[in-house]
Design a protein around this ligand. Structure first.
Ligand SMILES: Cc1cc2nc3c(=O)[nH]c(=O)nc-3n(C[C@H](O)[C@H](O)[C@H](O)COP(=O)(O)O)c2cc1C
Length: 209
């Protein structure tokens, strides 16, 4: 059993309940998220310290640097979301992939903060509308309808950003190509090794302020 967790308390509870592997997901991540708003950089070492299960890091990982960093923070591996959307094989609308290539890290927004049901998505006309309505007092029932799978399919599968949304993490700012999954993963593995070697050489004289 794999459990997705976003705090040490969740992680310990999942371990006690018999989980085999934990995915620890930071607030940078795409899609349905935890309202605890812990970042991956702080979450992974805290969880790794408090549980014995393997921990996979999720949220904000999209290249070899991210993979290397997650392993250094104590993760046994990583889970990718946003980065995998922008691959040749991903069965999503081409405009979704292109938007991820063009997006900067600050082109995502959080919907649902007022309901404690948060979701990170790309800024677009539909998600701006949901945010505006939320500010004006949208009901929880209408929020659920506006962020339902119907509207997810409209955006992600049909490319319709006036009637639907596209999940995205802040890592979108790192995406600048649409490789095959093999190219992506081979490149990440190779680059992670190089990042670790380069990091070791920087460790000999680090700046600490
Ligand atoms: C299109 C898409 C759909 C997702 N759907 C869900 C979901 O239904 N439930 C969930 O817990 N996480 C969902 N996620 C989050 C991923 O499982 C993953 O943990 C997250 O995207 C990792 O962060 P990253 O996007 O920064 O790589 C989704 C992510 C994407 C991109």
């Amino acid at each position: 059993m794999i459990a997705i967790v976003a705090s040490v308390k969740h992680a310990q509870k999942a371990q006690d309940a018999g989980a085999d592997v934990l995915v620890a997901e930071g607030f940078e991540a795409a899609g349905i998220n935890s309202n605890l708003e812990m970042t991956t950089f702080t979450l992974i070492p805290q969880i790794s310290k408090h549980v014995t299960l393997p921990v996979l890091a999720a949220g904000g990982i999209g290249n070899g640097q991210g993979l290397a960093a997650a392993l250094m923070l104590g993760a046994s591996g990583v889970q990718l979301g946003t980065r995998l959307i922008a691959t040749q094989e991903a069965p999503f609308h081409p405009s979704y992939k292109q938007k991820l290539v063009e997006a900067m890290g600050n082109d995502t927004v959080i919907l649902g903060r007022s309901f404690g049901q948060v979701r990170r998505v790309l800024k677009d006309p539909y998600t701006e509308k949901v945010l505006d309505l939320e500010k004006q007092g949208l009901s929880p029932m209408n929020y659920r309808e506006m962020t339902s799978e119907v509207h997810h399919i409209n955006g992600a599968m049909n490319g319709d950003v006036t009637n639907g949304f596209m999940n995205s993490g802040q890592v979108a700012g790192l995406i600048d190509d649409i490789p095959t999954v093999k190219e992506l993963l081979d490149g990440m593995m190779k680059d992670a090794k190089k990042q670790m070697e380069d990091g070791l050489s920087r460790l000999s004289a680090p700046f600490m302020i």
